[in-house]
Structures are given as C-alpha cells and as structure tokens.
Ligand binder design. Structure first.
Ligand SMILES: C[S@@+](CC[C@H](N)C(=O)[O-])C[C@H]1O[C@@H](n2cnc3c(N)ncnc32)[C@H](O)[C@@H]1O
Length: 267
C-alpha cells in the first residue's frame, strides 16, 4: 500500500521524523508494562527509541505506507513486528497490547481518511488493548480561537500566499485595512508549523491540528475509552518567538492551547 505522496515528499518527511523523534519521548512516562503498538509508525524512529527505553517489551508498528514500513524494517529493531495496513482496517496482532501510541500520526489519519475511518481506528485500538490498557495521543489540537489582527510585517506576504494555497480547509483570512489583515488563529498555527517545509506538497493537504477539544473527547468516549490525562500546551517557544519577530499581532496568542498529550484508558 502506497499513500498519496511523492518520493521527494517522503524523503523530506523521513528527515523531519528523524529530527523530531526525541521530543516524542515526552509521553514515554505514560507507557506501562507489556506490549506497545504504534499506529502510523512511519520509518520507525519512535519504535527505535522505545526499544532502548523498554527493552523487554514486544513492539508492533502499523503504517499504511509500504515505503515507510520498508525503512522501519531496515532499522532491525529488536522485538518489533511491522504491519503494512491502514489504521482503520483491523489487523491480527501477534498478541494483545497494553499500550497504543499515536505520536504525531493522528493528524495524518484525520487528513487523509474520512470521519468514519477515524472512529473505526479507535474501535480497532480498543479491541487490541487489554483491559486497563492505554491509548496515548501526542498531537496538535485545533483551537477554534477565532480571528486575530495582523498589521503589515515582514512575514505577512508568506502567510497570505500560504492561506491561498492551503487546500485542507479554507480558514478565515481578510484584508480589513490598508495594512491590516484579520486571520484565523488556527491558520497562523498551520503556517508557523509548516513555513520551513512548504516545498513538500503534502503540507497544503494535511492539517497539523486535526480535532478540537470536544472532538477528541467525543472520539475517545464514544469508542469506549475513559480519559485520564488531557494536557494542553500553547505553541512551542521557538514558534512563538518566530511569530513575534516576523508578524505584528494585536492579540496575545502565547497561551492559546494547540498541542495535546492525551492518555485514554480501556476500562
Ligand atoms: C507524521 S508521520 C509520523 C510517524 C511516526 N509516528 C513518528 O513519529 O516518527 C505519520 C505516519 O502516519 C502514516 N499514516 C497516515 N495515514 C494513515 C492511516 N490511515 N493508517 C495508517 N498509517 C497512516 C503515514 O504513512 C506516516 O508514516
């Protein structure tokens, strides 16, 4: 199975995954004993780190892209079995698991599948887990904050261009004065997290902030989970600093939550 991206996009994506892998260790403290399954495991960067952190655990990785699975297999990660499958298609795992992790993979599943498939993914995850097992989501969260005002500033042209080309969703964007724009905050969040890799076509087709708070809750509760941790964070410091250096905003956006770490238990 090959997902709809070019080989150039794929090698750039693998580079980014390599760079970001360490950040994802943030959620390792929520992983309990027993087997661990990663949904959307990509080229295996996180599984490789987990094989060091949890040397006795059986590891499983599911990914829809055969080229990603091939790259992951080349890493020869001990105790690790891979499945080339869509997350929404049930897989016969070698055993039940106690932990299922989604490190920055749910935004792609939401972007490239329909709503029913996203719910089916979580019903599958529920069936893979033992009683008391956990699903851990490390992802972006759409804020639905509304619009902010940006006046003429160095990066405005780039943001306008991005807004016109962003295909995933038409966010609000309007010129309201000679040098003023009213812009959806969520559009700004997409831009600041993508601005350095806009040569990757996929960035215009996917969202980095797939669900809002209520949608995460509905997804997890309606597929049989109890939420035990729901940590929210604003944009990262380097992202906020870039915005403050390059865009003149009227509002203070430094505390708007846009990232989540969710732990959901199978009761
Ligand atoms: C941004 S990458 C993250 C990879 C990995 N979790 C990491 O952190 O290094 C997202 C991965 O999700 C996979 N993916 C996207 N949609 C999927 C689906 N419906 N089912 C399974 N995998 C999917 C992609 O092939 C890609 O490898």
């Amino acid at each position: 199975m090959k997902l709809n991206r070019s080989d150039i996009d794929l090698s750039k994506l693998m580079q980014t995954l390599r760079k970001d892998a360490r950040k994802k260790e943030e959620f390792f403290r929520y992983i309990g004993d027993g087997p661990i399954l990663e949904i959307g495991c990509g080229s295996g960067q996180v599984l490789k780190r987990m094989s060091h952190a949890f040397p006795d655990a059986a590891l499983y990785g599911i990914d829809a892209d055969s080229r990603m699975i091939a790259a992951a297999k080349r890493k020869n990660i001990p105790n690790c079995v891979f499945y080339n499958s869509l997350a929404q298609s049930p897989v016969e795992l070698a055993s039940k698991v106690n932990n299922v992790i989604f490190p920055a993979s749910l935004h792609e599943i939401v972007s490239f599948s329909n709503n029913a498939d996203v719910y089916q993914t979580f019903r599958n995850v529920h069936s893979y887990l033992t009683k008391g097992g956990v699903a851990i989501i490390w992802e972006g969260m759409r804020s639905d904050y509304g619009n902010i005002t940006i006046s003429d500033s160095p990066a405005l042209g780039g943001l306008v261009k991005f807004a016109r080309q962003f295909e995933y969703k038409k966010y609000f964007f309007e010129k309201t004065g000679k040098t003023k724009y009213s812009v959806s905050f969520d559009l700004l969040a997409e831009y600041v997290t993508k601005k350095d890799r806009l040569d990757i076509q996929m960035e215009y087709k996917e969202t980095h902030f797939p669900l809002n708070h209520a949608e995460y809750e509905d997804l997890l509760k309606s597929t049989g989970f109890e939420i035990s941790v729901f940590n929210k964070k604003p944009l990262h410091q380097n992202e906020l600093e870039w915005i403050h250096r390059n865009l003149r905003l009227e509002e203070d956006i430094s505390n708007i939550p846009v990232y989540v770490l969710i732990v959901a238990k199978k009761p």
